[in-house]
Design a binder for this molecule. Structure first.
Ligand code: GLV
Length: 325
């Protein structure tokens, strides 16, 4: 037992403490930024295990660099930054952190939904600038939420939680997913519909689909054209699920009413023109950024890595086939 663990950026201490308590020598990147490619490859060269982040591309080159590594634990639920196929081919286990950030992410989707429909950020800016001259009947009129239709694109853990939270607002819920979601159907009377129908009928479309080749640019110009002009789009999943340049045009031309975004196609950049629009609220990929979620992500990643390093199946293994190779 024991060995070297590299953590690619400082994370909440819970996971580091777990690893150290198990006798691992833990090195945390000293930089408060994602590592440059060459820094990452050099830093993992002597590691027996790695905790990585969604900003690290873990692929064949990284596996070549980390010859001794017995596993990579992503401190995130999304894992489009990991080349799972390549890792499986090489028998290297990978893991993510599902479950512990479900409510935090769903809550952020709601925060964005309200912020954009009730124009919270625009209003805040006017107040701070001293531009408010007193109450007016036509000021900052936004969209209603209660009784409206919520469309969930991707009804997995987080999409389900977002939908369940709509109960307080008495909304009609539609969802588009390959899988039936009986919980949503039974508890909310939600209806599984095609993506096109969801887009056409929803007042709020909230994106919760994982980023896969099949979901890249799932929503682009022709999908926005199907939406109501009064509809709002929320994305707390992954940026590339939306064609961001097309979204800028749709928002600019009033094809849809607004968008609340936590993720971007080319993070940390935003598509040109997005930041100039009033009908968008933008957050810096912070949907899981609550005290308990980030702490739990840290300890979940550590427990996964400890299992991998001890030769057990990691609780959140993404490629369990490696144990049968
Ligand atoms: C955050 O985006 C995550 O995937 O955990």
């Amino acid at each position: 037992m024991g060995g070297n663990v590299f953590v690619t950026r400082e994370i909440p201490k819970e996971g580091i403490d777990l690893l150290r308590a198990k006798g691992y020598l833990v090195t945390v990147s000293p930089h408060d930024r994602p590592l440059e490619r060459d820094e990452l490859l050099a830093s993992i060269a002597d590691s027996d295990g790695v905790i990585c982040l969604l900003t690290d591309r873990i692929d064949a080159q990284a596996f070549d660099a980390a010859r001794k590594a017995k596993g990579f634990a992503n401190c995130a639920v999304g894992f489009d930054n990991l080349d799972v196929k390549e890792a499986t081919k090489r028998g290297i286990p990978l893991s993510n952190t599902p479950g512990v950030l479900t409510n935090a992410t769903a809550e952020m989707a709601w925060a964005l939904l309200f912020a954009i429909s009730r124009r919270v950020v625009e209003s805040d800016a006017v107040m701070r600038s001293g531009g408010w001259k007193g109450w007016g009947p036509l000021q900052f009129i936004g969209g209603d939420v209660s009784g409206k239709t919520l469309g969930i694109v991707g009804a997995g853990r987080i999409g389900t939680a977002m939908a369940m939270m709509s109960r307080g607002f008495d909304m009609k819920v539609l969802y588009a997913d390959e899988m039936r979601n009986e919980l949503l159907e039974n508890k909310l009377g939600a209806e599984q519909v095609s993506l096109d129908r969801l887009l056409a009928e929803s007042d709020f479309v909230s994106v919760h689909a994982s980023l896969l080749e099949s979901t890249r640019h799932l929503l682009g110009a022709s999908q926005f054209a199907l939406m109501k002009r009064s509809a709002y789009l929320v994305n707390t999943a992954r940026g590339p699920v939306i064609d961001e340049a097309a979204l800028v045009i749709a928002l600019r031309d009033g094809v849809i009413a607004g968008a609340g975004l936590d993720v971007y196609e080319f993070e940390p950049k935003m598509a040109s023109g997005l930041a100039d629009l009033r009908n968008v609220v933008v957050c810096p990929h912070t949907a899981s950024a609550t005290v308990s979620s980030r702490s739990a992500m840290s300890s979940t990643a550590a427990l996964n890595l400890i299992a991998m390093m001890e030769g057990h199946r990691a609780p959140n293994c993404l490629n369990p086939e490696v144990y049968k190779l």
